[in-house]
Design a binder for this molecule. Structure first.
Ligand code: ADP
Length: 302
């Protein structure tokens, strides 16, 4: 089974012509509250594709909690280990300007309580999971406590990149990052800025040089590069009319986890993940755009 240890948020989506400057007020449109959070996104993506998924996380005691959990519950993921704690649910305020550029404020809320103590209190659940998936929207202490408790595969997506000890990053199998995150991870491992490669192939080599045995570098409309310790492979993207790529990376990771839990190798798993990531880019929002098992998926280019 797949265990996701991560964030659960509501996303407040606001469209503006341009982002406000400090002290300025601009009109906005939208205002929908949608279920989000990288952890919940990845859990929903995996469960919709037929994976057996459990979520370890926390929401608040406010009205937003029900919205945050709505798609997770519908997806069939187990939510017994999602605690409802006093205080606010995590929230992301996502402002998208007319040029497509976004500005995001994340308020951790209850996610801040998915810390080392909470993770250690779930040690047996963690040890029994075939795949454990985590991201950077919970405290570093939670991820540090998690890594040594994992007996199966540890799929780590350090997004956002938070300071983590090298041994936690090296426990990842695989580490999944985009190019921006790969650069920050290398910097965090002590690689001098001048030695951080700009090209994806070089980034993967540098990660391997730092003792990270398996890594997946997602490249947006260019697909993904996969390094599994024996070699490096490019998986092309599926060609789609991208409408909104919010949450495409999380859909990719959910699909990757499902395929790995079915015994696929990393390259094969990344091939399905690229198709699911592309599907998620073809309609608005994160979780609402995720495909279900049996839905037609776009084919890989080439
Ligand atoms: P993130 O959003 O985390 O930066 P990416 O933009 O790299 O992640 O997207 C994750 C994956 O989703 C990519 O590896 C790719 O498979 C798929 N994807 C994202 N954007 C597109 C796109 N425009 N066309 C096709 N596939 C896409």
């Amino acid at each position: 089974a797949i265990l996701v240890v991560g964030s659960i948020n509501v996303d407040l989506l606001v469209r503006v012509d341009r982002h406000p400057c400090p002290g300025e007020t601009v009109p906005g449109e939208g205002g929908e509250l949608l279920p989000g959070g990288k952890g919940a996104n990845q859990a929903v993506a995996a469960a919709r594709l037929g994976g057996r998924v459990a979520m370890l996380g926390a929401v608040g005691s406010d009205a937003a909690a029900a919205t945050a959990l709505s798609a997770l519950r519908d997806s069939g993921a187990a939510t017994e280990q999602v605690l409802a704690l006093p205080g606010p649910t995590g929230q992301a305020i996502v402002t998208v300007a007319a040029d497509g550029e976004n500005a995001i404020i994340v308020i951790p809320g209850a996610n801040a309580r998915v810390d080392g103590d909470r993770v250690r209190s779930c040690a047996s659940l963690i040890a029994s999971a075939g795949i454990v998936v985590s991201q950077g929207e919970i405290p570093a202490s939670g991820i540090e406590a998690l890594a040594p408790l994992v007996r199966g595969r540890f799929l780590l997506n350090p997004a956002p990149v938070i300071p983590l000890p090298a041994e936690v990053l090296r426990a990842a199998d695989p580490l999944v990052v985009n190019e921006h995150e790969a650069g920050l991870v290398l910097a965090g491992l002590g690689v001098p800025a001048a030695d951080i490669p700009a090209a994806p192939q070089g980034m993967l080599r540098a990660l391997r040089g730092q003792g990270i045995r398996a890594a997946v570098l997602t490249l947006g409309a260019q697909g993904a590069l996969v390094s599994d310790g024996t070699g490096t492979w490019h998986v092309p993207a599926a060609r789609v009319e991208a409408v909104d790529t919010t949450g495409a990376g999380d859909a990719f990771i959910g699909a990757l986890a499902v395929e790995l839990s079915r015994g696929k190798d990393l390259v094969e798993a990344a091939r399905l993940a690229c198709r699911v990531g592309a599907a998620a880019a073809t309609s608005a929002g994160a979780q609402p755009s995720y495909p279900r098992a049996g839905d037609p998926l776009p084919e890989l280019a080439g």
